[in-house]
Design a binder for this molecule. Structure first.
Ligand SMILES: NC(=O)c1ccc[n+]([C@@H]2O[C@H](COP(=O)([O-])OP(=O)(O)OC[C@H]3O[C@@H](n4cnc5c(N)ncnc54)[C@H](OP(=O)(O)O)[C@@H]3O)[C@@H](O)[C@H]2O)c1
Length: 330
């Protein structure tokens, strides 16, 4: 089969197309899917630089999120059935075939094309958990959402709107219209040096009740300064702009706010019941039409490095997909 292999820790420039690789065999409790489309996530960039926690060592087949048809079952698999269209995570998603845990394979909602389901197992649950299960958003509260035009950010804006929050979104200027169209109340330039002051001004000097922090780097301290003192929550789930520090002195004297870390993999492992609640609520929201099919920007598998580079350069909005085969499933 063909796949994309990451050959170094120099980033997407060393993501290469390889051919003639063996199709993986599903082990016990696993299924093999013929990949229709793979989701491109910021995590793929972190892995390509070796900065993803417990990430793979190069060379490795890249990609973590794929949707496709189940074509083989490992031992002790009672579902999904052969021929089912499922989405899930695993390793080596940027390929024609991929193995995933049967228990974690989620059925694509009826009537959705394969690529429209991308986001259901990564971006959407992250946004929902950050906003509701960990961020405890309440109607009427103000939420600051960084990277609001991104795949996770767009899901967060839609969800925050649904839960009755007032939304302050931050994004690069070229993406502001896309965020406004989703219902954000205020849209700020994510590259502005005045971001914290602008949030303070929009909130009458109180700060945001909840901050969804995925920008990292210099923006991390902006998030702390933009959060409401004492009751404000800052949910940290990404570091696109790099690592940043906060000291105990700052948390006591400068930014007395509630700092919450979120990692979807850890949430699945440490609190499977909570993850079940997140996914249950997610599918209820899909059923109610709050979250509809994704309309990803699609790239050919051979253009995978270009897709990752565009994501890294902050050029993209919404979900990105690599088409890996089976046009009839799209
Ligand atoms: N913890 C978890 O389990 C988990 C799960 C899913 C995603 N995430 C995190 O959530 C974030 C969003 O992921 P995504 O896949 O949906 O990507 P995305 O939001 O579609 O793309 C990343 C966006 O981050 C913004 N950004 C801000 N500072 C940046 C910088 N210095 N470099 C690059 N981008 C920067 C850019 O938006 P603007 O240019 O518009 O500001 C960029 O478009 C990432 O940080 C990712 O690691 C975490």
């Amino acid at each position: 089969m063909s796949a994309l292999e990451q050959t170094s820790r120099r980033g997407p420039e060393d993501l290469r197309l390889v051919t003639g690789r063996p199709v993986p065999a599903p082990g016990r409790g696993e299924v093999l899917i013929r990949v229709a489309a793979a989701g491109v996530n910021f995590a793929d960039i972190s892995m390509s630089y070796g900065t993803f926690g417990n990430g793979p060592t190069p060379p490795y087949l890249a990609g973590l999120e794929a949707v496709g048809e189940v074509v083989a079952l490992g031992e002790a698999v009672s579902g999904p059935q052969l021929g089912a269209l499922v989405i899930g995570v695993g390793s080596g998603a940027f390929a024609e075939y991929m193995v995933m845990r049967a228990a974690a394979a989620v059925a694509v909602p009826a009537g959705w094309a394969a690529e429209e389901a991308l986001g259901l197992v990564v971006s959407y649950p992250t946004a929902l958990a950050a906003l509701k299960h960990l961020g405890r958003v309440r109607p009427g509260e103000t939420v600051l959402i960084h990277a609001a035009a991104g795949a996770t950010g767009q899901a967060a804006v839609k969800l925050a709107k649904h839960y009755g929050a007032k939304i302050i979104a931050a994004a690069s200027p070229a993406k502001h219209d896309a965020v406004r169209a989703l219902g954000a109340d205020h849209v700020l330039d994510s590259r502005s040096a005045e971001l914290a002051a602008e949030v303070q001004k929009l909130t009458g000097g109180f700060g945001a009740d909840l901050v969804l922090e995925s920008a990292g780097g210099a923006t991390f301290s902006v998030s702390l300064a933009a959060a409401r003192r004492v009751t404000g929550r800052v949910v940290v789930y990404g570091l696109a702009g790099g690592e940043a520090q906060v000291t105990n002195w700052q948390l006591v004297y400068e930014h007395p706010v509630q700092l919450i870390g979120l990692n979807l993999g850890a949430l699945i492992q440490a609190t499977p019941q909570l993850f079940g609640e997140v996914m249950g609520e997610l599918f209820a929201l899909v059923g109610a039409g709050v979250l509809g099919p994704a309309r990803p920007t699609v790239y050919a598998l051979t253009d995978g490095a270009r897709a990752l580079e565009s994501l890294e350069k902050r050029e993209t909005a919404g979900k990105l997909a690599l088409l890996c085969g089976r046009p009839d499933l799209r």
